[in-house]
Design a protein. Sequence first.
Length: 318
Amino acid sequence: MLDIKNEKNLKLKLDNKKNSRINSFEIEMLLKNQSRIYKKGRKPEKFIEFYINDNNKNSIYNLKDNTITTTKYNLFTFIPKGLLYQFSSWSNVYFLFTAIIQSIPIISPINSITAIIPLIFVLGLSMIREAIEDIGRNNYDNLNNKEEVIVLRNNKFIKSISKTLRHGEIILIYENHTIPADIILIDSKFKDGRCYIETSSLDGEKNLKLKVANKYTQGFISKDINISKNIEKYMNPEKYIFSGHIKINAPNPNLNIINGNIHTKFKKENCNIEQDIIITNNEFILKGSVLKNTNWIIGIVVYTGKNNKIILIQKGRD
């Protein structure tokens, strides 16, 4: 069941056909999303909100940047957390208990060293392995955080690094480059706004997946440009100014749940346009995906850092 407020809003959109640009697919998605949210016995979904391409306004939402941290330890927590992790295994607890019992002369005639040394040896090897793995995670984090990205700031595409990305920022990605954060596709080289991505590093599937941008968000760069590099200089901010507000469901590890909308205000060829767009899986691209068979795409960052879906999934597995 739709709630009364959303039902009235939907009726107004349908009745005012002359002024409304919402299509049948968007209406169907709105009905499905709302019916899921207000289903009896289920709590409404939580949402986050932020502005597009406006870090000053987004400061009120206290959203984090795209810094990735997957390490378990630091110099101060390695020994206490490492030991706690080792004794979460019942086998190590058993050997510790045995060593304690054998250390009491009244109970055991055996020298306690015969039980303590093997325990120390096993714990030492396990913690060395943990340290090596954590160093590897730290190196991976540094590589991700320092990855070069092209981001729109002050109406210009500039080069920056991945960890500086924030919610609502608009980024440009070239073919064969990795997506640095979860994004909503808004434009591509193709006239219909499609692109192809590979997710083999995420789910093992090598088949390319199709993503399609909403037709109202396209227009950053002329589709007639046939080059594949340095196209950012062909963007004309005087002809295309894109802004607005995004409301999307709070970060979660479910890859199939994308629910939200974009209220856009943009200037396109001297025309001021205002449009509400439903966010679906058709436009959503995961961090870690690789752009294929498409010269370039442009997207809006919607999840960053530890809130990227793939990071949430990895934490759930740990």
